[in-house]
Write a protein that binds this ligand. Structure first.
Ligand code: ATP
Ligand code: MG
Length: 276
């Protein structure tokens, strides 16, 4: 279990995060929803200490993490990160890119020579299987489509065998159909491995479709934390203070309900097609 306790971050006089507290259970798929500038990226970056927080703490299974070198290494080992731009090494094969996720466990000599033990190759291939990309294992990363590259990015994060996955707008640059396929693989593969996910999204419909729990962030504060079913027009107005036309909101919600059913069917069909 991961507890984020009163996490705060200020840039000069600007408070990007204000006392954010969240407890995330193993295997839970949590979507952080909020407008641009709400503090979504800052939250993820403070959790894995890519950015030093100015207050609060991260507690894993009751043990607080300090900023000592040992704790940082442990934190990074247990927390994997997926970015909007997947940062694959273009000229390397898909398999080698996924093996990069195993490097934390490898001796520096072997990793600098890119010599990977058979056991690591097995793990990497299993991770590629989880995102249905085994058939592309030997392809160069830059020969893949954007959606395929993001699935490899997910496989690389899975290969790290983390307990916790942070995804910052993982589908922001993908078309709607590809976005759903990528989010489906992300959710399913993390469920299968009991990895908790904190996924930043700014699209309300994807958040409601995929999130098991929604954390609404606005102005650096948590303004909603609960089930997707509880995200009413009022909640949306709290998350997006500038958006206040109730007709638009109600229509958006009805549309989301309809699209959710249709999209689930379509995604399931796409995933089935790809597996054969
Ligand atoms: N390095 C920085 N220096 C100064 N201010 C920053 C820095 N990084 C973020 N901020 C500010 O903190 C606030 C939160 O930014 P953040 O990037 O976390 O928002 P976000 O919710 O991820 O937005 P987006 O949806 O556009 O990615 C913004 O007002 C931003 O300008
Ligand atoms: Mg962001």
């Amino acid at each position: 279990m991961i507890e984020i306790r009163r996490l705060a971050k200020s840039y000069g006089s600007h408070q990007a995060l204000k006392d954010v507290s969240l407890t995330i259970r193993p295997g839970e798929f949590v979507v952080v929803l909020g407008p641009s500038g709400a503090g979504k990226s800052t939250l993820l970056r403070c959790i894995n200490r890519l950015t030093p927080p100015t207050g609060g703490e991260i507690v894993v299974d009751g043990a607080p993490f300090s900023s000592s070198g040992r704790d940082l290494r442990l934190l990074r080992r247990n927390v994997a990160m997926i970015f909007q731009q997947h940062n694959l090494v273009k000229r390397l094969s898909v398999l080698k890119n996924v093996l990069v996720g195993r490097m934390a466990d490898l001796s520096p000599v072997l990793s600098s020579l890119q010599l990977f033990p058979e056991a690591d190759v097995k793990i990497a291939m299993h991770c590629l299987e989880q995102v249905a990309m085994v058939h592309k294992a030997r392809s160069r990363a830059d020969a893949l489509s954007g959606g395929e590259q993001q699935r490899v990015g997910i496989a690389r994060a899975l290969a790290q065998q983390p307990r916790f996955m942070l995804a910052d707008e993982p589908v922001a640059s993908l078309d709607p159909k590809t976005s759903r396929v990528v989010l489906t693989y992300l959710k399913k593969s993390c469920k299968d491995s009991n990895i908790a996910v904190l996924c930043n999204l700014h699209q309300i419909d994807y958040a409601l479709e995929f999130g098991e729990r929604i954390v609404g962030l606005s102005g650096g504060e948590v303004v909603y934390d609960g089930a997707p079913g509880g995200v009413s027009g009022d909640v949306i107005r709290r998350i997006y203070p500038g958006l206040d036309d109730p007709n638009v909101l109600d229509a958006a919600q009805r549309l989301t309900e309809r699209r959710r059913a249709a999209a689930e069917a379509e995604t399931a069909a796409t995933v089935r097609e790809e597996r054969v």
